[in-house]
Structure formats: structure tokens, C-alpha cells
Design a protein around this ligand. Structure first.
Ligand SMILES: [Zn+2]
Length: 128
């Protein structure tokens, strides 16, 4: 699966407070295995991209995944770290913030939180 990775300077594992150095994988913009730093502009042009068109204003919030790099952390078990969620906030095409995210989650992989995706969400809203 093709994705991009962002390397924030200030993302800490919520279990041990160690800095996360291995980056946060995400799937939006052009999917090209590109490495980003916060403050850099997302590339929306390319053969494979998500969503299909650049969101209005270049604003998007989406879930990405990381793991703690500290093998003594309790998020590690059986020699493998748990996958944890981060929320990546992009404003005007620029990666503004990467923070630990605790949900809510729909279960969709690499969920796009904003803008709200059309169709599905509307159908789910309760009837009055
Ligand atoms: Zn940790």
C-alpha cells in the first residue's frame, strides 16, 4: 500500500512520553511514499491521490498511524509495537499539526475526519 510519512518533532508516545522518531504514515494528497515535515506543503498532483480532488482551501484532517520506537514501552508486546493513531491537520495545503488521536474512529483505515465525506455520513444520520 502506498502512503506518505510525516516526521513531527514534537510527537510523543502517550504511554512512555518518548519522542516518536519513525514517523506517522498517512494517506492523502498524492500517494508517492513521500516524507514530509510539519510546515511543508502537501502535493495534490499525481497519478494516485486521495481524496479524488484537493479538498476546498487545501484543508484536511486525517488519521495516520505510528508506533513507539522505545522497545521498553508498554505499547510493545511480543517484540512488536502496537499501532497508534495520530490526527494530521492540514491548512492551506500545509501540514500544521500532528497529534495523538483517540477517536472517535469509524473503523475505516486512514480515515478522513474533515472534510466530511459525502454520502455515507448523510445516510447514517438518525431520522427525526
Ligand atoms: Zn512508548
Amino acid at each position: 500500500m502506498t502512503y506518505n510519512t510525516v516526521y513531527p518533532d514534537d510527537l510523543q508516545c502517550p504511554f512512555c512520553n518518548e519522542k516518536v522518531t519513525s514517523g506517522v504514515g498517512f494517506r492523502f494528497g498524492c500517494l508517492e511514499n513521500k516524507n514530509y515535515k510539519p510546515g511543508e506543503k502537501i502535493n495534490w498532483e499525481g497519478a494516485v491521490h486521495r481524496p479524488e480532488t484537493r479538498p476546498k482551501g487545501g484543508n484536511i484532517k486525517s488519521v495516520g498511524y505510528f508506533n513507539c520506537d522505545n522497545v521498553k514501552c508498554k505499547s510493545w508486546s511480543d517484540c512488536f509495537p502496537d499501532v497508534q493513531q495520530a490526527l494530521i491537520t492540514v491548512k492551506n495545503d500545509v501540514i500544521e499539526k500532528v497529534e495523538v488521536y483517540k477517536g472517535p474512529l469509524s473503523g475505516e483505515q486512514f480515515e478522513i475526519i474533515e472534510p466530511v465525506q459525502g454520502g455515507k455520513q448523510k445516510a447514517r444520520s438518525p431520522k427525526k
